[in-house]
Design a protein around this ligand. Structure first.
Ligand code: ADP
Ligand code: MG
Length: 456
């Protein structure tokens, strides 16, 4: 029989692109300097042909014969996480939780373990921390039931054996970059290791109907393979993000085979672990200044949920030839474009000014419906006139200065009403779609000139 052959290949650490030679720029994802050398074993053609099992492995199934009894979603005990997952965990699914080191992935998953362990067998496999270190974190979080078992291991072969023997219903792998397979010679965290170990975990998840959560660190330097390499292998990809210096964290669904993406879950990091933030709008608007110019509340849809945030802008005279522009929490190009629209369509000589835009709270929001808020904040700062603090606005702004319709206008109005706002500035074309406007003054605007006139 032909023998397995060792070959050297180059992998892009960012997207997993495979190449036989080193390249400066990855043709797959266009990142620079991401290729690293790895040696892998390629099986000879003869070895691949031998299919395991007999003819029964090739049995096909009618859709009506599939039993759905075991496919019920299970709650994780966190409403915010369930929402991002599309309504709870699906048995047999593989969920990747990515995020920067230290953001709170292990804490979140340990808390999920605690909730799940009340009703099922859960196995937490850590390749990063010792049992004592996990216990220390667990003590911070609270009481644990005996349904949770811990295992410190990095070899995927032994992990497979333990899972097969214990048959838990949920498994946590913390983190994929520390897990390795003995069959592959490259270091843990390299693209071929991450791919191989994830492939094996995928087979366990699908074969035994176990839900597996995988933790993946995101790195910019490409020292370890980024979770992007495995995004296409797993069913669901969640990113845990947030400013490490702020206490709140946002869990964002990036890919979901069993639910919608773009949903967010908001948590707050406390001494006793992560707490759900049930009403993010209230949380985001905390500390909004009163009577200050350049500040306005806007509404962005995050998945199916409207979130109100404060947009702050500061416009001042530039001391240099080229004005400075920065945008925190939103897209700088969009800010530049809106400044140009203000100059051209609203007659504001703002393009020679420095302009700084910030979404308060450090959250990232890129929905086009934020445009009108950014425009209002810039105009308010430029004119040094404060916008009424009980006013919110939303709408997309086009290049001719027109305010364009946005979707789900009613949900946004309802959220504003719930939080005690009295006026809502929105696109005129969205007004016919509104069904309930009792208790809030609706101001429809057709272009940015009309919107700016509302500042007073
Ligand atoms: N006693 C504590 N009180 C409050 N926050 C803590 C405490 N201990 C740790 N943390 C928070 O937990 C974070 C570590 O979370 P962890 O789950 O280990 O992150 P990850 O697994 O994503 O690397 C720290 O960044 C810190 O913010
Ligand atoms: Mg961790």
């Amino acid at each position: 029989m032909a023998k397995a052959k060792k070959v050297t290949v180059y992998f892009c650490q960012s997207c997993g692109y495979e190449s036989s030679k080193w390249m400066g720029q990855c043709p797959g994802c266009r990142e620079w300097n991401t290729f690293v050398e790895e040696s892998i074993e390629k099986k000879a053609a003869g070895q691949l042909k031998a299919a395991p099992g007999g003819t029964e492995e090739l049995k096909t199934t009618r859709i009506s014969e599939i039993d759905m009894q075991s496919k019920q979603r299970m709650g994780t005990g966190f409403g915010e996480l369930d929402r991002v997952l599309g309504g709870g965990i699906v048995p047999g699914s593989l969920v990747l939780v990515g995020g920067d080191p230290g953001i709170g992935k292990s804490t979140l998953l340990l808390q999920v373990c605690r909730n799940l362990a009340e009703t099922m067998e859960v196995l937490y496999i850590s390749g990063e921390e010792s049992l004592q270190q996990i216990k220390m974190r667990a003590q911070r979080i609270g009481q644990f039931s005996d349904g949770l078992k811990l295992f410190c291991e990095t070899g995927v072969e032994r992990i497979e054996q333990v899972v097969e023997r214990q048959k838990p219903q949920a498994v946590i792998i913390d983190s994929i970059q520390t897990i390795y397979s003995e069959e592959i010679s490259s270091a843990p965290g390299s693209v071929s290791q991450v791919r191989e170990t994830t492939g094996r975990l995928l087979r366990i998840a699908k074969g035994m109907e176990i839900t597996i959560f995988i933790v993946g660190h995101v790195t910019k330097e490409g020292v370890v393979a980024g979770p992007r390499v495995l995004e296409h292998m797993v069913d669901t990809v969640l990113y845990f993000e947030g400013d490490r210096h702020a206490s709140y964290r946002v869990l964002r669904g990036v890919k979901n085979r069993f639910g919608s993406t773009n949903e967010i879950g908001v948590f707050e990091m406390r001494e006793s672990g992560l707490m759900e933030v049930k009403n993010p709008s209230e949380f985001m608007l905390n500390g909004k200044p009163k009577g200050a110019s350049g500040s306005v509340v806007a509404c962005s849809m995050e998945g199916t949920r409207p979130v109100l945030v404060e947009i702050q802008a500061l416009v001042c005279h530039s001391n240099f030839g080229i004005p400075r522009r920065t945008a925190a929490g939103t897209d700088l190009n969009r800010v530049n474009l809106l400044v140009a629209v203000l100059e051209k369509r609203a007659g504001m000589s703002i393009s020679a000014c420095d302009a700084y835009v910030n979404i308060a709270g450090g959250i990232r929001m890129n929905e086009p419906a934020m445009d009108l808020g950014i425009v209002m904040a810039l105009a308010s700062s430029y004119r040094e006139k404060a916008i009424d603090e009980k006013t919110i606005c939303f709408g997309e702004v086009g290049l001719s200065g027109e305010v364009r319709a946005v979707n789900m206008a009613q949900q946004r109005v309802t959220e504003a009403k719930k939080l005690g706002f009295e006026t809502c500035i929105l696109p005129k074309v969205s007004i016919p779609g509104l069904t309930d406007t009792k208790g809030i003054r609706i101001v429809g605007v057709g272009n940015i000139g009309e919107a700016i006139r509302q500042i007073g």
